[in-house]
Design a protein around this ligand. Structure first.
Ligand code: ADP
Ligand code: MG
Length: 597
């Protein structure tokens, strides 16, 4: 059963603190035994009292003293066990909660971009926070309630048969009926609850998506539409939730009824047995005690079951994320890539995102150490995809990519990515200071190094214009900076990282011509001695590339140097001509739109 499986897994997360867990469990079992002993002692006392007129005073007293002494020991034992549990169970749960949060966080961050492309960060956050809260609650109630209930139900209740088997059977029979009813309700509503959890995740996803795109929401006046769509999901949550709540209300009523019915039944059967000499008054009192205790426990257990049941889909989702495996796996025995020269080769590389539509097909080329390779082609032709394959965001379906002759799947991911610097068209930033954002590339970089990199990337001046210079906070994902500013910070990051292989994916696309010219200068310095892959829209920037690869629908359709390709009068030459035309048109029109004079 799914239920049991997940509960087991929840408890297994306590394994790192095995000794404490076991100690607390033993204390719990002790507590259960002691709680069970109390009604037995109570019954014995009653028997001593009811028989006192048939026995001597001394006998009665000695029996009473013995019983009271045992009761004293039981009381002290119970108190010590409770203290131990209340002192340590909470601390344990708090520690494990944070540990679970930490491992979820690390795991999610290590999952490949393909996973994150499919799962919204809002959902991941909700699953994490809900999941660890559920875990926390379950661990606490495990030590405070569940274990004791379990011991009473499974071990001590059968033992009651030895006291008076007729009354024992009655009690057990009533409990079995009760458990049957409860499990029926659970299985009835399981599916519904899972869909409810799905709606909750959708809520988090929608809200997270809207909050992360405030600009979009406001500029397209989407406030009402977004709120309405969220309201729609909320309505679905409620309409799915209400029937489940009704079922559980029925269970609560049943539990209450069960308690009254059980006590009455024991009273009636007990009286009958007593009149036939088959049960003492003390035994009846003991079973009454059992009944109230056990039913109290059952109510608790139902509360727990309902809670666990409501939380289970959330936990399942939590574990689901933890179980998500990286599609980009390190081979066993992967070695770190060291002393990289930067000799890159693509050998008949083919890749498709969805298994149907080919994104790149049969890419085959060599980039010797220190050369500049330019990718040119219409948008969607597979330029970024080729580069994503190089730093292993995905693995090729066919063919291989090698660095210095080693297949990149045979080296550790960490070392591969440490040796490749990437500047994207759309560089994002952490919600931290500019300095912190630059140090992402090199945590131990000195202030002087930071500045030098910023100067080279033409970023220093605008950084100094910020209210607090290098210590200015950058908005979420960098929204307080312009696209060009972000690009220059990204270039500074690449300069700091100082990798032997560099990927510039439309790295200067957001810069105006003048700034781009200056940044190009910096890039030229940066590119010296490194193998560089340049993807650029402005074809003038690839003029100096050693090799230009023209891509069309994922295939290389032309290759050669700038001069060679122009001379060939093919696709590349046409692309260049079109760009020149556009530029000339713009230049030609400009005076016309300017006011005379
Ligand atoms: P370019 O960088 O040349 O503009 P891309 O390499 O980004 O082109 O895209 C190549 C093709 O792959 C396009 O058809 C694009 O729609 C598709 N594509 C890109 N990224 C993804 C992705 N994460 N999932 C599925 N398809 C993608
Ligand atoms: Mg691209």
């Amino acid at each position: 059963m799914e239920f049991v499986r997940i509960y087991k897994r929840v408890l297994r997360l306590l394994v790192p603190e095995r000794r404490l867990t076991i100690t607390l469990s033993v204390a719990n079992v002790m507590l259960a035994g002691l709680h069970f002993l109390e009604p037995v002692l109570f019954g014995k006392v009653i028997d001593v009292l009811t028989q006192s007129d048939k026995r001597s005073e001394a006998e009665t007293w000695s029996d009473a003293v013995k019983l009271l002494a045992i009761w004293g020991v039981v009381g002290i034992g119970g108190i010590s066990a409770s203290i131990l549990i209340s002192l340590h169970a909470d601390r344990l749960a708090h520690r494990r909660r944070l540990a679970a949060l930490g491992s979820y966080f690390e795991h999610v961050l290590s999952l490949p971009l393909s996973f994150h492309g499919e799962t919204h960060s809002g959902r991941l956050l909700k699953v994490m926070l809900n999941g660890v809260d559920h875990l926390f609650g379950l661990w606490l109630s495990f030590f405070r309630e569940h274990l004791e209930t379990f011991v009473i139900a499974v071990v001590l209740l059968p033992l009651s048969l030895f006291l008076n088997w007729r009354l024992g059977i009655l009690l057990i029979a009533l409990l079995v009926i009760f458990a049957f009813l409860a499990s029926t309700v659970i299985s009835r509503t399981e599916q519904a609850q899972r869909s409810i959890e799905g709606y909750h995740s959708q809520l988090a996803e929608r809200a997270g998506d809207a909050l992360g795109n405030v600009m979009l929401v406001q500029s397209f006046v989407r406030l009402q539409a977004e709120a309405q769509q969220l309201g729609e999901v909320m309505r679905q949550v409620l309409s799915a939730q209400f029937p489940v709540l009704t079922m559980w209300a029925i269970v609560t009523v049943l539990t209450r009824a069960a308690s009254t019915i059980t006590v009455i039944a024991i009273f009636v059967l007990g009286t009958w047995l007593h009149m036939h000499g088959l049960a003492s008054v003390g035994e009846i009192v003991t079973f009454m005690g059992f009944a109230t205790q056990v039913i109290g426990r059952m109510e608790q257990a139902m509360g727990f079951l309902s809670r666990l049941f409501f939380q289970m889909p959330g936990l399942a989702e939590f574990f689901g994320v933890l179980d998500a495996e990286s599609t980009i796996k390190e081979r066993p025995g992967a070695v770190p890539l060291e002393n990289v020269k930067g000799d890159v080769s693509f050998e008949h590389v083919t890749f498709s995102y969805d298994g149907k539509c080919v994104a790149v097909h049969d890419l085959d080329f060599v980039a010797p150490t220190g050369t500049v390779i330019a990718f040119v082609g219409h948008t969607g032709s597979g330029k970024s995809t080729s580069m994503a394959l190089l730093h292993r965001v995905w693995d090729p379906d066919q063919g291989a990519i090698k660095i210095d002759g080693t297949d990149i799947r045979d080296v550790t991911l960490e070392s591969l990515r440490r040796n490749i610097g990437v500047v994207f068209q759309d560089s994002t930033m952490f919600y931290r200071t500019i300095a912190d954002n630059l140090r992402v590339a090199k945590p131990d970089a000195s202030d002087a190094k930071l500045e030098r990199a910023a100067i080279l990337a033409e970023a220093h001046d605008f950084i100094l214009r910020q209210p607090e210079g290098y210590n200015t906070m950058v908005g979420e994902r960098g929204v307080t900076l312009s696209g060009g500013e972000r690009q220059r910070l990204a270039i500074a990051r690449a300069i700091l990282k100082d990798p032997p292989i560099l990927i510039l994916d439309e790295a200067t696309s957001a810069l105006d011509a003048a700034t781009e010219a200056r940044v190009q200068q910096a890039l030229k310095t940066l590119m010296r001695g490194r193998t560089t892959f340049v993807i650029a829209h402005r074809l003038s920037t690839v003029r100096n590339a050693d090799l230009i690869l023209v891509l069309e629908r994922g295939e290389i359709v032309e290759r050669g140097s700038y001069q060679e390709l122009i001379a060939r009068q093919g696709i590349f030459a046409r692309l260049v001509a079109t760009q020149l035309e556009i530029t000339n048109d713009l230049d030609g029109e400009r005076p016309a739109v300017l006011p005379p004079g």
